[in-house]
Design a protein around this ligand. Sequence first.
Ligand code: ATP
Ligand code: PAU
Ligand code: K
Length: 278
Amino acid sequence: MKPHKHPEHTDNIWLALEIGNSRLHWALFVGETLYSAWDTGHLPESVIQHLAECQTLNDLLEKIFPQGESLTDILPLCPLLVASVVPSQTAIWQTYPNTRVITLDQVSLKGVYPTLGIDRALALWGAGKTWGFPMLVIDAGTALTFTAADANECLVGGAILLGLGLQFATLGQQTGQLPLVEMQDFVSLPPRFPLNTTGAIQSGVVYTILAGIKDFIEAWLQLFPNGKIAMKGGDRTLLLNYLRTLYPKIAAPLIVEPNLIFLGMREIVMGDSTDEIK
Ligand SMILES: Nc1ncnc2c1ncn2[C@@H]1O[C@H](COP(=O)(O)OP(=O)(O)OP(=O)(O)O)[C@@H](O)[C@H]1O
Ligand SMILES: CC(C)(CO)[C@@H](O)C(=O)NCCC(=O)O
Ligand SMILES: [K+]
């Protein structure tokens, strides 16, 4: 995917990049407005090194999306905000001259611990600032995470487990005779007690993930009966569809928003009065 149209006002454009464990997530902002968001694979280091040579946003987008349409506007090199949970990637993106790396100390969330993932902090911050606290964020990404904050915008804590894709991959790769099950193999809820190996893997992974999500939501609502719940991540649509079928009451109040991290980044940029991006 790539940015699908060109912004008309180009003076306060900035790019946001979230470096996830599986891929890169991009957003193009015009001031406070999230204009367009898209995903790419991780780029080869050779390409990233050349980003430093870009003189305009046009150059930059052409490097990142060689097959993409080109922006005809000649723009000064726009700011790039980076949030990364892959330290080896963070370093190479800093070769781009106008990079600002968002770190945990820039997120006003209280009570964080030093090794908390910046993606978890930003998604929680973005969700809470947009829909209100208490907030629980469920990220159905490479890892499946639960991250919560109370009404005082203070981290409650959370949980981390293998995401859907990693569960299938791990079973396929770390065993002697289990096949690699692909996500695309199923669109509706799989049978619960299948009499074949692929079906058994699908059933085991899907029903235990759904039961786990249900259990965390119930525990959250016991702690915070008026607490909100937001969901993001590459597997959000699949899991939400399953949840709606299996546990409709649990699924009903969920806020689904793929761009929670970008909402969190925007809060930081716009709240920072000395920032040149404004
Ligand atoms: N086009 C796609 N490419 C890669 N993964 C996809 C795609 N569509 C859905 N997915 C699912 O998304 C999951 C990964 O989620 P996501 O892209 O949010 O993770 P990520 O890039 O590691 O980000 P994060 O580290 O923030 O979780 C995988 O389990 C995969 O099944
Ligand atoms: C859990 C992941 C991998 C999810 O992307 C990331 O947020 C991370 O690396 N976190 C560090 C550990 C923690 O959040 O406690
Ligand atoms: K690791």
